[in-house]
Design a protein around this ligand. Structure first.
Ligand code: XBP
Ligand code: MG
Length: 251
């Protein structure tokens, strides 16, 4: 029997990457007088690495030829990342990024159905709480029994550690839970923790390999805004708790 839903955040609950994280990185670079500019296309490449600090480290290592690397690179990156988080939180506070279609409804239906909920994400914890606060109100933070985020585990997605941590905190086995993801790194992480996984794609992840997913949709959708099934099958025209329970039971 299905007991809990475990959600990724970036790309799954909201389209935060292009107009959120990317913009915040660029603001932090500008403030630090770095002439780095992460375009939408470049950011798509950089998303191969999860974690903002790890992403900057990859950029310095692979994309910059003439950059004189600071003696304490980790400290340099951590300071830059702190400013990036500051700008990202500002964007959330301004309510710049809405939840994706169907997300709020699925969360509310899950609560009404008595399902437990958790979050498993690579992003910084305060980014998650501010997204929830700005879209659903401060009380929504308590809808999630566990918010597993950021540096709480050593190895970020695609490693399964963050989902394993969320399961441990819930005190549940993977087979009574289902995960929601949007990316290849995400599904590698969730299925690595033995979780059945429903994927909603976005512009950055449309071409990713989701062969391990129990269902791939373009969005959760709504009654008046149907989801497109990209792989697998669903009995309803949009994702609801009944269809999630059915997928969990049969997939
Ligand atoms: C999200 C990420 C994060 C954010 C940046 O991946 O990769 O790195 O882009 O967040 P997922 P921070 O959706 O798979 O969890 O800068 O706070 O690390
Ligand atoms: Mg994601």
């Amino acid at each position: 029997m299905l007991q809990a839903l475990i959600f990724d955040v970036d790309g799954t609950l909201a389209d935060t990457e292009k107009d959120g994280h990317r913009v915040a990185f660029n603001l932090a670079f500008k403030e630090a007088k770095l002439d780095w500019n992460w375009t939408e296309a470049l950011y798509g490449e950089l998303l191969a690495v999860t974690g903002g600090k790890e992403r900057m480290a990859r950029y310095i290592d692979r994309y910059l030829e003439d950059f004189s690397v600071p003696v304490d690179l980790a400290e340099f990156i951590a300071a830059l990342h702190k400013r990036k988080t500051h700008y990202y939180v500002q964007l959330m506070q301004a309510g710049e990024i809405p939840l994706r279609p169907g997300v709020e409804r699925v969360l509310r239906e899950a609560r009404d159905a008595g399902l437990r909920m958790a979050i498993a994400t690579t992003t910084t914890p305060e980014n998650v709480t501010w997204l929830l606060k700005s879209t659903l109100g401060a009380e929504s933070i308590d809808w999630f029994e566990v918010i597993a985020a950021g540096d709480i585990v050593e190895k970020k997605k695609p490693a399964p550690d963050i989902f394993i941590y969320a399961l441990e905190q819930l005190g549940l086995e993977a087979d009574v839970c289902i995960a929601f993801e949007d990316s290849r790194n995400g599904i590698l992480s969730s299925t690595g923790a033995n979780l059945k996984t429903i994927v909603t794609t976005n512009d950055y992840t449309l071409e990713d390999d989701f062969s391990q997913a129990v269902l791939v949709l373009d969005q959760m959708g709504e009654q008046n805004n149907p989801a497109k099934v990209l792989s697998g099958s669903m009995s309803s025209t949009y994702l609801n708790i009944e269809s999630i329970k059915q997928l969990h039971a049969t997939a």
